[in-house]
Design a protein around this ligand. Sequence first.
Ligand code: M6R
Length: 607
Amino acid sequence: MCGIVGYIGPRQATPILVNGLRRLEYRGYDSAGVSVWQDGKSRVVRCQGKLQGLVEKLEKEPAPGCVGIGHTRWATHGRPSDTNAHPHKVGRVSVVHNGIIENHLKLRQELESAGAKFSSETDTEIVSHLIHQEFETGAKNLTDAVLGALKKVKGAYAIVVLDDNAPDTIVAAKNASPMVIGIGEGEHYVASDVTAILSETQEIIFTEEGEIVTLRKDGYSLTDLDGKEIERAPQTIRWTAAQAEKDGYRHYMAKEIHEQPRAVVDTLAGRIDLEHDNVTLDGIEVDVSNIKRIVMVACGTSYHSSLVGKFLIEDMSRIPVEVDLASEYRYRNPVIRKTDLVIAISQSGETADTMGAVQLAKAGGAKVLAISNVLESSIPRLADYAFYTHAGPEIGVASTKAFTTQLVSLALLAIHLGRQTGELAPERARKILAELVSLPNKMADVIEHGAQLQIIARRYGKAKGFLFMGRGNLYPIALEGALKLKEISYIHAEGYSAGEMKHGPIALIDENLPVVVLVPQGPLYDKVVSNLTEVRAREGKVIAIATRGDNDIGAIADEVVMIPDTLPELQPILAVLPLQQLSYYVADYLGTDIDQPRNLAKSVTVE
Ligand code: M6R
């Protein structure tokens, strides 16, 4: 999500840090900062806003020195501000951090009771305090202090630490957030992405989970969290800067498709309360006794996630849910009551129509909960409650990881509401929570089998149109599959409820029409199979998305894409992945501009 750079060597650190941060700015851009050591202590300079703000501040207040760490931030805990920007310095220790500290509330309480004074709202400052505390209680050196602090921390992180008393070292640690070491001649680098340091060195070591690095000017050591030495030779990376920005993928969309398992881990982080078979919603307390109805408003892909949300929330909480396109809701004089909870979903948090719908709902006295990916964006700021998906910056215009993390957020919300209304039994909640935790691995499994979608894309990529069909909670996924394909390949595509087929779209079917049918195992399987057979009977080309182990489907479909088994409630999260990949590969085959398709903008801030 955020970007990290560190340098130790004979040259001035600040220009190297700023140059690296500039290359990472696309990952997070609400604030930036550096901590650079000289003459006995490090100097921290931080600035809210784009990196250019930091550059201007550094011109006025330079930070000279040959050892330093820097950070560009995409806020998750604490709004974008100078004081929430990294590095966070406590005593002699400066820390930059990517990821999420899951047990931050508990750790913060413990530290505060022990007398720690916090100056920011971030989870990162907890790490600075913990390392400081390790020194106070006798840690011999920075590496030991970091190791001691990390024993208390749960979550995904990459951290880099600078100690005023040990300017000959930088210590970095990684757990489930990327981190690389750059090897130079008498100088070393650390960064969250190779992009940041590729202009300085191509000799790179990729660190793995639970590893800790101590960097010096003239060397480095890599150990596990028990201090055991690890030997790993550097690799020579020959990516261009543009390739590196996309982690070696050719498009942001491909990178973001692959980031989804990680993004879902971040959405779940710190929110699952297994002890009570429940979910904690970052302190959001929605009093269900006052809610008679939920109305969901959104646009585009976020509208499709709302349609899935209706299934999840009604099923688990039995609160009635209506879903509206924000652009319709705001102009149709809707009934708004004080007993409505309006859920507004927006990746960017800036979509004009969703914003208009929220303003209308608030004026009518309804309470509004925003689900967004961008901290402190306009819609969550306007809402009564804000819940963040933590997907990280999404650059490709076609939404992918924002969608799956919205679905996971809605599943969490549905569990929370269901447990409050009493309609969701603890045993069922436990089962769904356990399945949510196992989803990232299943998602990775689907994405890794993407080569098959590339072959299918080449086989059908010249078709004039596509039909997508699903039923129940997979009907919105059919809509989403069609939207994805239209958006980036410019092929006409329609999403339909499979049950509606005979009411019109069946007339379209002939041997030239590829029909993508979502047919995983579940309560509606037999019904969808009979719709599929009707397509086949009219010579339509069937691309079936089915559950692994379904041995019958191959006989009645032209292509079968298998996805792992999961609970029917959560099938949309897996079923959408091959559709994202199909549209990506079709567009790539046709040579369209995948990340910036014609006529589209990432954030639609005008009507
Ligand atoms: O930022 P939002 O979620 O409010 O954006 C809504 C739509 O503009 C967006 O989902 C759009 O449909 C995407 N390009 C779909 O991939």
